[in-house]
Design a protein around this ligand. Structure first.
Ligand SMILES: NC(=O)c1ccc[n+]([C@@H]2O[C@H](COP(=O)([O-])OP(=O)(O)OC[C@H]3O[C@@H](n4cnc5c(N)ncnc54)[C@H](O)[C@@H]3O)[C@@H](O)[C@H]2O)c1
Length: 325
């Protein structure tokens, strides 16, 4: 197996993290097959715009496919014979998973099983990198979160599906020797931000001069991690995946919700108006990554501070407003 996979299938390649990863891989001269079904979780035209830059580059291929269609997925992998699969396709979002648990289980768990089953039919075996989430840690007060902390108390169906993916990964490694790496992402933000995530929603509201809902007293903390740092961690994991691994990819500098709202206002040059609301079910009080393992084993070194990341995000929003990508 070459040190650097050159032909890579990226599921969820039109999404926020996926499309940023696709651009990075293409810039490095690698070949990418993006797989996406452009689901309706948020506006599919937003996802198509995410791929506009990739579509202008050599080595990019797009296949519209639902990962739950195991037969088509198997055919796709056997035709392309990738040396790696980065599996990011999922139903994301914590709160909507409470309303639609069966859908989340289907896409995230059955979909991941289909990806893994298609992967193990290839000879040689590809490496598989898959998205997990900080939500697997549940509502813990002991911080920072370490990969070997117990993760058996998810507080939302979404978190439960992500933990299930980790257990599936373990079983496929045991049965087939599949080289596989799970990445627990901690709240990614930046250009192409998912529109349902807090930073994008708050920025929209502040720009419209409308109140920003703050659930609880504003003391909940999230370990916001800039998208380029996340993508850098994914590429490092991809190039080093040999056996079975699991890493936190966070920034390790949690920020309180009230400070986040203030920082977004500063980046936009507008004073936010805050509306206090009760805490939401399914939310955890804090996320905070211990990134020691990723630092030691991958050389992962997130460098983008929140203020700088928000500045870049706001610059992207303004550019998008003038000239959609
Ligand atoms: N963004 C974050 O902060 C964050 C944090 C933790 C974990 N994650 C995980 O990272 C991954 C990427 O997240 P994102 O923020 O880029 O989300 P996203 O919604 O922007 O991207 C997911 C992509 O998967 C596609 N997809 C959904 N169901 C599919 C299916 N059945 N078949 C094919 N494609 C399908 C969607 O159309 C979308 O383009 C997800 O697995 C998510 O759970 C993200």
């Amino acid at each position: 197996m070459s040190a650097q996979p050159q032909r890579i299938v990226v599921t969820g390649g039109a999404g926020f993290i996926g499309s940023n990863l696709v651009d990075r891989l293409l810039a490095e001269g690698r070949e990418v097959v993006a797989v996406d079904n452009f689901d309706d979780y948020y506006d599919p035209t937003f996802k198509r715009a995410n791929l506009a830059a990739a579509e202008r580059r050599a080595g990019f291929h797009l296949v519209e496919l639902d990962i739950r269609d195991a037969a088509r997925l198997g055919t796709l992998l056997s035709e392309w014979r990738p040396d790696a699969v980065v599996h990011l396709a999922a139903r994301a979002g914590v709160r909507p998973s409470i309303e639609r648990p069966a859908l989340y289980a289907d896409v995230n768990v059955a979909g991941t099983a289909a990806v893994l089953q298609s992967a193990v039919r290839l000879d040689p075996l590809p490496r598989v990198i898959y998205a997990s989430s900080s939500s697997v840690y549940g509502d813990r007060s002991a911080v920072p979160f370490r990969e070997d902390d117990p993760c058996d108390q998810p507080v939302s169906p979404y978190a439960a599906t992500k933990r299930a993916c980790e257990l599936l990964a373990q079983s496929f490694h045991h049965l087939y020797g599949l080289p596989i790496t799970g990445l627990r992402f901690f709240t990614a933000y930046g250009p192409r931000n998912r529109p349902d995530l807090a930073i994008a929603r708050f920025a929209d509201l502040i720009e419209a001069g409308r109140p920003v809902p703050m659930f609880g007293d504003g003391s909940t903390r999230r370990d916001y991690t800039y998208i380029d740092d996340i993508v850098d961690g994914v590429v490092r994991a991809l190039d080093r995946c040999q056996t079975i691994h699991l890493y936190n990819l966070g920034h390790s500098r949690p920020v309180a919700l009230r400070d986040l709202i203030r920082a977004i206002g500063e980046a936009l040059g507008r004073e936010p108006v805050v509306e206090r609301l009760p805490e939401q079910p399914g939310d955890v009080r804090q996320t905070f990554a211990d990134i020691g393992r990723a630092r030691d084993e991958l050389g992962y070194d997130p460098r983008t501070h929140l203020e700088e990341g928000l500045e870049r995000y706001v610059a992207w929003r303004r550019m998008r407003g003038e000239r959609p990508e």
